[in-house]
Design a protein around this ligand. Structure first.
Ligand SMILES: NC(=O)c1ccc[n+]([C@@H]2O[C@H](COP(=O)([O-])OP(=O)(O)OC[C@H]3O[C@@H](n4cnc5c(N)ncnc54)[C@H](O)[C@@H]3O)[C@@H](O)[C@H]2O)c1
Length: 335
């Protein structure tokens, strides 16, 4: 099968491309290699993919309309796994336009490419942040998510709406995946696990928001990749019984489906910190800080659909996952 993976130099895109290549698929990866975080880390991830003869990397910006149209026409992908985005909640406070370019224009480029080239299935990254002000736990894809608290979340919800439109108008099967705080080897330097590990090994204090009173449904990278690839094998069909007045938010009369991919069990931030301390063997010096604008207090995924439809439930617990990350970090940075 021939796949396009966008954001192939990114954390999740890299792992997804690697798994597909190991399974013998053909993968074209694109990324603009922007400097939101270390470009070296992105290049090093690509260097791990380079030895596979079925891998081709093209440096391309999603917002480059002509370049994207040409790519789709030339390569004729069977499936698209769209993971490139401007990520991060906090960065969206100061850099809102980065999100409009990468996440709104960029998503439209993907939808147009799928529309004009008979792509069989579009799988794309959404985010747990779309749950915004929702308080009902666990977060359920059947619930409406119309009250985001960051521009990042608003662009991700917009991606779901845009995908629904294209599924309805052009019959493109689209599956949106709401990821819940993904972590693991080759992870992102702007996320808590990376920042905490780095600070502890550098002998610096770590910043703990909302005085540590937060919880996240941390999901290990291998579980995310398995979830993505299982969903990719199940393009959604239109639900003939779906009615606008009584229908669920997660599906439609169009071939459209929304999944949560989370571990299904929230972990308190201070327990997460303890797992990192145990893995490194250092007790962290801690700065307790107020809640950050745009952050949510707790995330918790209802993963019933993932289990029922793809027969998979994320497996890796925080202790095992944090240990794997710290092992990778120490080897990669030689500390
Ligand atoms: N990591 C998480 O915890 C998490 C949680 C929820 C949702 N997500 C979503 O999952 C997807 C992957 O996230 P990630 O953690 O791998 O992030 P990442 O930043 O590591 O990867 C994204 C990649 O996309 C590339 N990119 C950004 N803008 C681009 C553009 N305009 N054109 C081409 N390439 C561009 C970046 O260079 C980067 O390599 C994103 O859509 C993100 O919003 C991630």
């Amino acid at each position: 099968m021939k796949f396009l993976i966008t954001g192939a130099a990114g954390f999740i895109g890299f792992h997804t491309a690697l798994k597909l290549l190991q399974q013998g698929h053909q993968v074209v990866g694109i990324d603009n290699l922007n400097d939101y975080y270390s470009v070296k880390l992105k290049e090093d991830r690509l260097a791990e993919l380079a030895p596979y003869s079925e891998f081709k990397f093209i440096k391309l910006d999603l917002a480059n309309r002509e370049g994207m149209a040409e790519l789709f026409k030339k390569e004729q992908f069977e499936q698209v796994i769209h993971l490139a985005a401007q990520a991060g909640v906090r960065y969206s406070i100061d850099n809102p336009f980065a999100y409009a370019d990468a996440n709104l224009i960029g998503h439209l480029s993907i939808l147009e490419g799928c529309r004009h080239n008979q792509v069989k299935h579009l799988v794309y990254a959404s985010s747990s942040s779309v749950y915004g002000l929702n308080e009902k736990m666990p977060f359920d894809t059947s619930d409406s998510v119309d009250h985001p608290v960051s521009l990042y979340a608003a662009t991700k919800k917009s991606n779901e709406l845009m995908s629904h439109t294209y599924a309805h108008l052009y019959g493109i099967p689209t599956s949106g995946l709401r990821f819940f705080t993904v972590y693991g080897p080759w992870g992102r330097p702007d996320m808590a696990l990376f920042k905490f590990t780095k600070a502890m090994l550098d002998g610096k204090a770590i910043d703990i928001y909302n005085n540590g009173d937060m919880a996240r449904d941390f999901t290990y990278i291998d579980d995310i990749v398995e979830g993505i690839l299982r969903v990719a094998r199940k393009p959604p069909s239109a639900n003939a019984n779906w009615k606008p007045e009584a229908g669920s938010a997660k599906d439609s009369s169009a071939p459209y489906y929304i999944y949560n991919i989370g571990n299904g069990s929230p972990v308190k931030l201070m327990d997460f910190v303890k797992a990192i301390e145990d893995a490194i063997g250092i007790e962290a010096s801690k700065n307790f800080m107020p809640m950050q604008p745009g952050d949510v207090y707790k995330t918790w995924a209802d993963t019933q659909d993932l289990e029922t439809i793809t027969d998979y439930k994320p497996q890796v617990g925080v202790k095992q996952g944090v240990n794997a990350f710290v092992d990778w970090y120490r080897t990669y940075y030689q500390v």
